[in-house]
Design a protein around this ligand. Sequence first.
Ligand SMILES: [Fe+2]
Ligand SMILES: [Fe+2]
Length: 132
Amino acid sequence: MPFTPEMSVKVQLFDQEHKRLIDLTESLYAALKEDKGRISVAKLLEELEHYTKSHFVNEEDLMQKYSYSGYDKQKRQHDEFISKVAELKQSYNEGNSKVPSQAFDILYAWISHHILKVDAEYGEFFNKRGIR
Ligand SMILES: [Fe+2]
Ligand SMILES: [Fe+2]
């Protein structure tokens, strides 16, 4: 699932960040298929954790700055996602071999339910305030 123009949320920085998240999802899928082993999956989970945190802070800061009405819903979903990723990481470190495919399913659901629906809602709001 590569990043396509239809996935745009109409804010350049966030499109770039989403593209990176989608790239990470694809890397995870490749690691799964090729069974690259523990190190690369552990690295991907680490990167995913750091990266989503910084992306969420960027979105939340801009939403708060402009008093975006969807902020609470966004914040709730972001926090849930962060704890899911933390659980995956812990479960993986405890030796659960199902983690990579669970992580892929969670990311896939995140892209289709959060990025393409909930994030997509803020595009017009920010554009009207001169942010693109
Ligand atoms: Fe996002
Ligand atoms: Fe978001």
